[in-house]
Design a binder for this molecule. Structure first.
Ligand SMILES: [Fe+2]
Length: 199
């Protein structure tokens, strides 16, 4: 039986260099290095969108602890943007090639809907944490993959910069999980009190 490694090695790309030039992917560099740069551009767009969105989320939070968590992450996010700009300089990536990250556009739109749909209070806070954790998980997936690519492509310093950001995203996610436990409890208790007063 052929090993997985043999099976992978025996697979051939479906397109030849001639047919590839005619395909819809013709604008993309078909290398791991090209993919790495594209993913860097994607997360750069995501981070810059987040710099704009986080102050609004902090303002919308009812709990002071959640406001502080969003404000702290806003400051960190500005550093994440700076790290990516450093990487762009090293790899000579042109910022004008950055396209808007659709995933982050959607996640921020959802956060805005939360603010519209829920009045200020514990339940809105619970919902904001869910929205923020969805954002964090997108970023963790992106930075985790970028660290792996940086490793394969032998960019140790860049991997180090990306790894620092990944650590901060993971810490933020953990902090939000801790806050969710407190805030969900409070939201539940408030709901119970209201129910008791009504019935
Ligand atoms: Fe970030």
């Amino acid at each position: 039986m052929a090993s997985i490694a043999t099976k992978i090695a025996s697979r051939k790309p479906k397109t030849t260099s001639t047919s590839r030039s005619k395909s819809s992917a013709s604008q993309k560099e078909q290398t791991l290095d090209g993919l790495f740069k594209d993913e860097l551009k994607d997360i750069y767009s995501a981070e810059t969108q987040l710099v704009d969105a986080l102050p609004k989320m902090a303002k919308a939070a009812f709990s002071e602890e959640l406001q502080d968590a969003f404000t702290k992450h806003f400051e960190e996010t500005k550093r994440h943007v700076e790290r990516l700009e450093k990487i762009f300089n090293r790899l000579e990536i042109d910022k004008s090639e950055v396209e808007s990250c659709k995933a982050m556009e959607g996640l921020i739109e959802e956060a805005n809907k939360i603010i519209e749909n829920y009045e200020e209070g514990h339940v809105r806070d619970s919902a904001l944490i869910i929205g923020a954790q969805k954002v964090e998980h997108y970023e963790i997936a992106s930075y985790g993959s970028l660290c792996e690519l940086a490793d394969v492509l032998r960019y140790p310093q860049i991997k180090n910069l990306l790894g620092r950001t990944l650590d901060e995203e993971e810490m933020t996610d953990e902090d939000l999980t801790g806050l969710a436990q407190e805030i969900n409890d409070e939201a539940y208790e408030m709901g119970q009190q209201e129910r008791e007063e009504t019935y």
